[in-house]
Design a protein around this ligand. Structure first.
Ligand code: FAD
Length: 479
């Protein structure tokens, strides 16, 4: 019997799992997709919010501000990119200025440190490419940017290094109460556990309803983006927000931790929890709206567009609690923005909840908070590069020309705990295929490396989900 089953390997499930790995517990993560971080965690703005947005005394406000404080240290321990670049919410007229005052007051109530309202001159000195119409801004220096899927992958890897098990392609279909816990069923297994943590993102309502009567509903709220080439990366140096609307924080312009420029998202309630498409109409809206805060965005440097789905709850706030009458069944639901920022604090809180329920969690004395070092070959000095290639010549072969990623880095990413076993999995771990050509050059090489390292045929290598095979046979082969 497991002590805890965590359902869902997004940023929230992996934060919970890593936190649980600090204790002597048998923990299993069940994930329905073919990789970790394959849900909302792979498509969002990647902002570590400072915390002035959420309603005072809400769970969002509490976990946002706490998570922001924890994020830098967590990213450092797990070798994940993080930059505290600060955010500027800009006012385009006097009415916006009074909104900024309200946001500042809310920030004070939420205990956001070091915010201040700045005037036009200071704003333009900080961000010369901002719209000349801007009249001022709310500056929040504690805001940052990070790598969301990189963090979830690193959390899963570190949790596994510390004893947690991960089962991919394991969709939870049924849950029942048994003596001393729960029986959680996938298509091919029934697994018994004392406790369950429901971190199923967009499907957290469905998972809750497998064992309890409906209490909340999750609506997918889609947001679409442009990702621009690194040549546009210095258009702005911090996160540029507009004054928020009722359902969205507005269209944002920001640098990414890898030096690209990200523009988006819009906010659109949809019905289909799997619809991650983009549309001309919404992208046009994103472009026009973003141009109001920054009219020098070189959209001709766009390398891709994409969308993400917020798991928006009808309660209006994060739902993090033990389900009434179900001992040790914890819902972690409705984790929309600022869920990424809040995730380290949510993970810690969920484990505190379980400790209160159980009272007998023993420390894992062997817990290692650090991840095995990740080599970013291009960040090494000339001498270090020579040494690395001498030790392993695969570090001397560049596979992704846009992002300068070596074969050595790809092989390492495949063989780690929670390693990349798919083309997109490699892309998310080492950025091969993330650059200007979006994998046009390196994809066939990545397929070959995956096939060789996993001991499978190239036709068995998938892009992301099961059955997303790319190669179907030899060219000119008689089928
Ligand atoms: C457009 C957009 C912009 C955002 N911007 C920001 C931002 O800048 N800053 C910020 O802090 N937050 C932001 N967020 C919010 C943030 O991305 C989410 O809060 C966070 O990623 C949610 O993580 P999660 O683990 O709850 O969900 P997910 O990443 O979706 O993970 C849930 C997992 O559960 C799995 N699952 C579902 N059902 C089952 C089942 N039955 N069995 C097994 N597994 C199952 C799914 O496959 C999935 O992998 C944004 C979100 C969006 C969409």
């Amino acid at each position: 019997m497991y002590d805890v089953i965590v359902i869902g390997a997004g940023i929230v499930g992996t934060c919970v799992a890593r936190e649980l790995s600090k204790y002597d517990l048998k923990v299993l993560i069940l994930e329905k997709e073919n990789d970790v971080a394959d849900g909302t965690t792979k498509a969002n703005s990647a902002i570590v919010h400072s915390g002035y947005d959420a309603k005072p005394n809400s769970a969002k406000a509490r976990f946002n501000v706490e998570g922001n404080k924890m994020m830098e240290d967590l990213c450092r321990k797990l070798d994940v990119p993080f930059k505290r670049v600060g955010s500027l919410t800009i006012a385009l007229d006097e009415e916006d200025m009074s909104t900024l005052e309200e946001m500042y007051d809310r920030g004070i109530q939420n205990r956001v440190p070091d915010m201040r309202i700045i005037d036009r001159e200071e704003l333009l000195a900080m961000e010369p490419n901002i719209s000349p119409k801007a009249v001022g801004a709310l500056y929040a220096p504690t805001a940052g940017i990070m790598g969301p899927w990189e963090l979830a992958i690193a959390l899963a890897e570190n949790a596994m290094d510390n004893g947690v098990e991960l089962s991919l392609n394991s969709e939870v279909k049924h849950i029942e109460k048994i003596d001393g816990g729960y029986r959680v069923s996938t298509d091919d297994r029934d697994i018994d556990t004392r406790y369950v943590v429901n971190c199923a993102g967009l499907y957290a309502d469905k998972v809750h309803n497998m064992i309890a009567s409906p209490e909340f509903e999750i609506t997918p709220r889609r947001g679409q983006y442009f990702l621009l080439d690194k040549s546009a990366g210095d258009t702005v140096s911090s996160v540029i927000f507009q004054c928020p609307t009722k359902i969205s924080k507005g269209v944002v312009v920001l640098p990414t931790v890898h030096g690209n420029l990200l523009v988006g998202p819009d906010a659109e309630n949809i019905d289909d929890k799997e619809n991650k498409g983009t549309t001309d109409e919404r992208l046009k809206y994103v472009k026009e709206t973003a141009s109001k805060s920054c009219n020098k965005i070189p959209f001709n440097a766009t390398i891709t567009s994409f969308s993400g789905l917020r798991a928006s709850p009808d309660t209006g706030d994060f739902i993090i609690k033990e389900v009434d009458g179900l001992k040790g069944f914890i819902d972690v639901a409705g984790i929309e923005s600022p869920g990424l920022t809040a995730s380290p604090a949510i993970g810690k809180y969920v484990v505190e909840l379980l400790k209160d329920i159980d009272g007998d969690f023993k420390e894992n004395k062997d817990f290692n908070p650090h991840r095995k070092e990740v080599i970013n070959f291009m960040d090494l000095s000339q001498e270090e590069k020579h040494e690395m290639i001498k030790k392993d010549p695969r570090y001397g072969r560049i596979i992704c020309r846009c992002e300068n990623i070596t074969e050595g880095e790809i092989v390492d990413a495949i063989h780690r705990n929670a390693g990349g076993r798919t083309i997109d999995g490699i892309k998310r771990r080492v950025r091969a295929g993330m650059g200007r050509c979006q994998g046009g050059f390196c994809q066939p090489r990545v397929i070959e490396i995956l096939a060789r390292e996993l001991g499978i045929d190239v036709t068995e290598v998938v892009k992301d989900g099961l059955n997303s095979n790319i190669a179907i046979g030899e060219t000119k082969e008689q089928i």
